[in-house]
Design a protein around this ligand. Sequence first.
Ligand SMILES: NC(=O)C1=CN([C@@H]2O[C@H](COP(=O)(O)OP(=O)(O)OC[C@H]3O[C@@H](n4cnc5c(N)ncnc54)[C@H](OP(=O)(O)O)[C@@H]3O)[C@@H](O)[C@H]2O)[C@@H](O)CC1
Ligand SMILES: [K+]
Length: 491
Amino acid sequence: MLSIISGDDVKKLDAAFIKATGISSWDLMENAAKAFFAWYQSKFMGVMGKVFVFSGPGNNGGDGIAIARLLAESGKTVSVIFFQEKEFCSKDYTLNIEKLPSKVNLIHISDFNFEIDENDVVLDCIFGIGINRPLEGSYLEVIERLNKTQCHKVSIDIPSGIPSDEILQGKAFKADHTVTFQFPKLSLLFPEHSEFTGNIHVVDIGIPDFFIQNFHKDKFFLRREDIRKFHKKFNPFSHKGDFGRIMLIGGSVGKVGAMVLSSKAALRTGSGLVHVQIAESERFIMQTAVPEVMVAGAEEIKRLDVFDALGIGPGWGTEVDLSFYCSILKRYHKPLVIDADGLNLLSKKPENLKYVPKGSILTPHIREFQRLAGEVKDHKERLDKARSFALEHGVYLVLKGAFTSISTPNGEQYFNSSGNQYLATAGSGDVLTGMIASFLGQGYLPLNAAICGVFQHGLAGEMTALDKRRGVIASDIIDTIPATFVDLDIE
Ligand SMILES: NC(=O)C1=CN([C@@H]2O[C@H](COP(=O)(O)OP(=O)(O)OC[C@H]3O[C@@H](n4cnc5c(N)ncnc54)[C@H](OP(=O)(O)O)[C@@H]3O)[C@@H](O)[C@H]2O)[C@@H](O)CC1
Ligand SMILES: [K+]
């Protein structure tokens, strides 16, 4: 798991790492350049065009010049386009200029004619996390011109113009790929910046995560290799009771499909027993669609505590008797999952939030969260609000979207890295509810249930999109859940 630290802390981290290990700041830049070069070789070596490296005056520009050297040594035709004479540039920029082989064309921006071909590659090393004001003058002109140029575009560390932790003011470089060092900068995860970042790739520059943790505050980036450790182990002696008994509550008239999806997803995620509480008239549809599910009667609703987890909300409608909802929340004493109409009903009567059992998992998408917590001006404020909401109510708040975030009752935030745009399809949220409720019912801690559910839901989306792309529907995601266990090597 990678810790996400602020741009200001990166500078302190660099200084502390250099002091502790005795390596030089130039070595660290060289590590960054080599890490980028390895990425480039794996992704871009087939691209035969020329490489244009646009280098700003700071260390981001210095990275670019070191990268230009490595690319030229590998046989590429490389030009460096610079903005400032070296005496106005950072120390490691200057050192790298001195090491640049003569075969690299070194061109001042005022002499550059912008003859860039479709097959050429532009590396954006104008500004990194040291940007401290909106772009202007020649920087702005060049970036606007590059944004209109057809070619391959890659940003180093962060698209130039975007600050590391804040929302962009003004313009920025539009990349097809952003190759970021060590961990994704927080602002790369904001939806407002998706048109600039392109695909995000994190490359390791050799600062161990335990070292970074000295600086970390409360934000983490979840990657595929992290997921195994959040899973419980089962063995051949495990029986269906060990896999949990859950109850899903929702499915009003005409909306029982949501419960079909949630309950199937829970079964595919490994639940031993799945009960559903739905509108009486929808019983036949439910049992035909998912024969493995048991439809709950009045008796089960009375004895809620026999269930290892509840999932409330899919297809429930907003006409539900609020006193019935409230009685469920008051009588159930373990963490549960609330989604969709379960959340909308809480927005209608926020005082009921106090009855939500501590450690429960709430899974709003952006609009549902807005109904619950109020308007925000941008994603940064939304994330801050999600954090304070989770702290205040003692819940795990799963804010769904690209890089779904999980805010915890102790103020931490975990960002998911799996998934794609094809998950934005009807019923996808119902699938996630079923998955998280299933893990919770299998005895996972709420954080682990949320992490495994969110990651594998995203992974199932990625895997099913391989041959379906925008044709992915929620049922395909469910069908792919078992393959995610295989893919991650989880028994
Ligand atoms: N551990 C790591 O992660 C490592 C990070 N590394 C790399 O270092 C990068 C950070 O480098 P950095 O701190 O030198 O900042 P960077 O973004 O190059 O620019 C600062 C310069 O720009 C200027 N300036 C600012 N805004 C401006 C504007 N709007 N318009 C005009 N000028 C503006 C500012 O000068 P000012 O005018 O404010 O005095 C200053 O000269 C990081 O992103 C990564 O690529 C690796 O090398 C090694 C390990
Ligand atoms: K950059």
